[in-house]
Ligand binder design. Structure first.
Ligand code: ZN
Length: 344
């Protein structure tokens, strides 16, 4: 094994009370977790079994299985999925024989090249020089216990390729990540997280792509988008039908380049003098990232599509270029030709 990425978990006996020091009110933004390369191939299914002679107690088994489900449900990406299998090559160990370091509660090893990974958990009641380790699931959940399900989710995040979140100086973004250098004990913020935080998800999406074209981009990201528009014709008789087709894509980096974005709100606008007014929401089609609507213009007009940044998603507003539709004369409304013309 070449993997040597065992990360020590430091026990958090103290936490800093967050005080927003910025008098200017400058909002600092949370950032996606750093990565722990290399990545697994996208959509990798990782299985685990209990290590012989280091089998966790049932409460820890339950917590590990719950964390695997938490990871699968909250990754919002094509990051590895986790499942128990009695025939798995990789193990989960519990007890005194572990490489977790002097202050570690749990630790991991990963080697995507050789498809190897492993988790270790220290035993309930382990004595550190700062105190005694209590797993909440085994101890009746007193203050100061660590929740094995949440700690497992941190470790599974590492196995997938996440490094510890860089918190803001005041720790105000602690809840944005489960993958933390200092795990919090009960009852401090984040002690009982059952889902990846938005900045864990952000990195999983950057490394492994979004789960599907309808998956929302983590709000810990700030991904530009592009919007194109085309018209079925740029000259119609008054009241004739024009079909507008808009295509929305992400314009990020890595795996987030050029993804079609399905299920978003794209609006057709028309120009009114120097401003643009909303005309109609353009329905999505069965083609990923494509939206289409028919409209019957009466006047010559310039149109464009707009996608507005939703509060629920870490992507930017985009507008398409304009497309002008001219009105041609109809047989009925056509003026007579200047000399000798006849209307039919
Ligand atoms: Zn960690």
């Amino acid at each position: 094994m070449t993997a040597q990425s065992i990360v020590r978990r430091l026990a958090a006996g103290l936490i800093t009370v967050g005080i927003l020091a910025s008098a200017a009110g400058t909002a600092l933004a949370a950032t996606p977790d750093p990565t722990l390369p290399p990545a697994w191939p996208i959509d990798t299914a990782l299985t685990y079994r209990w290590t012989a002679n280091a089998v966790p107690p049932s409460a820890i088994k339950t917590a590990v299985n719950a964390a695997a489900a938490d990871s699968n449900a909250s990754r919002r990406s094509r990051a590895p999925s986790y499942a128990y299998s009695s025939t798995a090559a990789n193990g989960v160990s519990y007890g005194t024989a572990n490489p977790c370091g002097v202050n570690g509660l749990a630790c991991f090893s990963r080697d995507p090249v050789n498809r190897y990974w492993h988790l270790w958990f220290r035993e309930n009641g382990h004595r550190y020089d700062w105190g005694t380790l209590l797993w909440c699931e085994m101890s009746g959940s007193p203050n100061g216990c660590y929740r094995a399900e949440t700690i497992t989710l941190d470790e599974l995040g590492h196995v997938a390729g996440l490094d510890h979140h860089d918190n803001l100086p005041d720790d105000s973004d602690y809840a944005d990540a489960v993958v933390q250098t200092y795990s919090h004990a009960r009852p401090f913020v984040g002690w009982n997280a059952s889902a990846f935080g938005r900045c864990d998800v952000a990195t999983l999406q950057q490394v492994y792509d979004v789960a599907s074209w309808t998956t929302l981009y983590s709000t810990c990201l700030d991904i530009p988008t592009t919007l194109a528009i085309s018209a079925s014709t740029t000259a119609v008789v008054s009241g004739g039908s024009v079909t507008f087709t808009a295509t929305l894509r992400s314009a990020g980096t890595g795996r987030l380049v050029g993804n079609p974005m399905t299920g978003r709100v794209v609006v057709l606008q028309f120009r009114s003098g120097t401003t643009w007014l909303d005309l109609v929401t353009i329905p999505g089609t069965t083609t990923a990232g494509t939206y289409r609507v028919s409209y019957r213009p009466v006047y010559a007009q310039e149109y464009r599509a707009i996608f507005r940044k939703p509060a629920s998603e870490g992507v930017r507003t985009s507008v398409s270029p304009g497309v002008t539709v001219r009105i041609t004369c109809s047989p009925i409304k056509c003026p007579l030709a200047a000399s000798g013309g006849k209307q039919p």
